[in-house]
Design a protein around this ligand. Structure first.
Ligand SMILES: CC(C)(COP(=O)(O)OP(=O)(O)OC[C@H]1O[C@@H](n2cnc3c(N)ncnc32)[C@H](O)[C@@H]1OP(=O)(O)O)[C@@H](O)C(=O)NCCC(=O)NCCS
Length: 162
């Protein structure tokens, strides 16, 4: 590594590489936990379209000029946090999480929240390591045509301060 990791806003030029990272990380973390017909709809293009809409409020980290980490929020909720598989355990997730917790506190919230698909133990371990507490289960319904399924999500919360 070449110096401290810096968190920055997401420029348009980073959308495609970050969408690719997000796509790969999403499938790695979720393909075994969600119905295959849902996973099949999660194309690179779908992640890129969402990132084009949401990147102005997102944050990223580069390593040697390559985008390697992505974080998106919605109000006091962390909606996405993904680190490239080649850049794991280097502190990228930690600096993104600290940055977004600070941002949520500065926006006037006392508590931040997030959800993790039940069974994503890698994410659970990471959030617990950083002081997040599990505070229940919630569900979402996944629908594709005539098929539907209920997915269980762990809810996490953490008190945040500026
Ligand atoms: C979870 C994830 C974001 C962690 O990112 P990362 O950059 O590898 O984590 P870091 O290197 O910043 O780790 C920071 C600390 O957390 C610890 N940690 C990282 N992953 C961990 C895990 N799976 N379990 C327990 N602790 C973990 C590290 O050991 C490190 O500890 P330290 O502060 O004592 O050094 C990353 O593994 C990832 O993108 N996973 C796949 C996608 C995913 O599941 N995202 C969440 C979807 S809700």
């Amino acid at each position: 590594m070449t110096g401290p990791l810096k968190v920055e806003t997401i420029p348009e030029a980073a959308i495609i590489p970050l969408a690719s990272l997000w796509h790969d990380g999403w499938h790695e973390a979720h393909d075994h936990l969600v119905p295959s017909y849902d996973a099949a709809t999660r194309s690179r293009g779908r992640f890129a379209d969402r990132l084009r809409r949401e990147h102005p409020s997102g944050r990223m980290v580069r390593l040697e000029d390559r985008p390697v980490g992505l974080c998106l929020t919605s109000g006091a909720e962390i909606s996405q946090l993904f680190v490239d598989v080649t850049a794991r355990r280097l502190g990228v997730g930690r600096v993104l999480l600290a940055d977004v917790e600070r941002h949520i506190a500065l926006s006037g919230h006392d508590e931040a929240s997030l959800t993790v698909v039940q069974g994503n133990d890698q994410a659970r371990g990471f959030y617990e390591r950083h002081g997040w507490r599990r505070d229940g289960l919630t569900t979402i319904e996944i629908k594709h045509g005539s098929r539907s399924a209920v997915l269980y999500l762990w809810r996490f919360a953490k008190t945040v301060m500026c």
